[in-house]
Design a protein around this ligand. Structure first.
Ligand SMILES: [Zn+2]
Length: 77
């Protein structure tokens, strides 16, 4: 699955917004300390809670294994 840096950045911003954080940095800091963290589908904007290392989580919206965790999206894992 190919994603550009800009696409990942856009997903992270969407996630931060949906989780109520002002910045992506705040989202990442919060995610670093949790065992279950926000993830977002790379095909749509469906968000759900996933394990920190999740790269192929199930998206209930588009029926594909395309949910990535915040930390994976940010390239931190
Ligand atoms: Zn989806």
């Amino acid at each position: 699955m190919v994603q550009t840096a800009a696409e990942r950045e856009a997903k992270l911003r969407a996630l931060a917004e949906s989780e109520g954080y002002d910045t992506v940095d705040e989202l990442l800091q919060a995610a670093s300390f949790d065992s279950v963290i926000p993830g977002i589908c790379v095909h749509c904007d469906y968000t759900t809670e996933v394990e920190p290392d999740q790269r192929q989580g199930w998206c209930e919206a588009c029926g594909r294994s395309s949910v990535q965790s915040t930390l994976v999206l940010a390239g931190l894992i």
